[in-house]
Design a protein around this ligand. Structure first.
Ligand SMILES: [Zn+2]
Length: 236
């Protein structure tokens, strides 16, 4: 069990500057002994990495890093579009987009998925993106580790398929600039977790199917075996 209710309540109502002052342990990231930042478990740099990439040792993943995987996955999906599991996966993304666009807030990360739908992001784009990030992680296991970092990278890449919402417009040195709303980490992780839980097996099968040489350490999974595993409690 966690802390008793009274103590939890105290933790919530203690002003942040007092909690920050009491937060005197060193950073929790492996090998780091810098002081913690504010109320975070980590120092400033590791706290930023945790927020952006889902892990204090996470690194930035740009679309150009997995451009090759994206091309290969897109080609594979185009060729196998009539395959039952690919069709089910596309229908899953389509339903997710439609439910979020219609204002259903029970689906994972509804605000972000509704933004994608509003910007005409397709189910096919979402599947290609997720497949490409998955394949990149499989091929570059040290650059994108298969833990919260992959979950977050899936959420980041999907949520960046459409432009962010501009929340403020301002002038700077004669130029018009915009400030964009950030996608909260919790929503990016929710997208990543949903994809992992519902499509992980399929994405692994796609990754193995596009591999020019068979991966000897893993059993190759035929696509058709997993068509029934694609289900999610709120997207049906
Ligand atoms: Zn640190």
């Amino acid at each position: 069990m966690g802390k008793p209710a009274a103590e939890r309540k105290m933790a919530i109502y203690t002003p942040i500057h007092l909690r920050a002052e009491a937060n005197r342990l060193p950073c929790s990231a492996p090998g780091c002994c810098l002081p913690r930042y504010s109320v975070s478990r980590y120092c400033g740099q590791h706290a930023r990495a945790d927020r952006a990439y889902g892990h204090p040792l996470g690194k930035r993943l740009l679309p150009r890093h997995y451009a090759a995987e994206r091309r290969e996955v897109a080609r594979f999906i185009r060729r196998n579009r009539e395959d039952q599991s690919i069709r089910t996966a596309l229908a899953f993304f389509q339903r997710w987009l439609e439910l979020a666009a219609s204002g259903d807030t029970d689906v994972p990360a509804p605000a972000q998925i509704a933004r994608l739908a509003k910007n005409q992001v397709s189910a096919l784009e979402m599947l290609c993106e997720a497949g490409a990030v998955w394949a990149y992680s499989e091929r570059n296991q040290r650059a994108l580790i298969d833990d919260e970092r992959l979950t977050c990278a899936l959420g980041n890449s999907i949520s960046h398929l459409a432009p962010l919402t501009a929340i403020r417009k301002y002038e700077f040195r004669g130029k018009t600039l915009y400030r964009y709303s950030r996608v909260p980490k919790a929503e990016r992780m929710e997208i990543g977790e949903t994809i992992r839980r519902t499509l992980g097996v399929l994405l692994q099968a796609v990754t193995e199917a596009i591999e020019p040489r068979p991966i000897t350490t893993r059993r190759v999974i035929p696509l058709h075996q997993f068509k029934l595993m694609i289900c999610h409690p709120t997207i049906q």
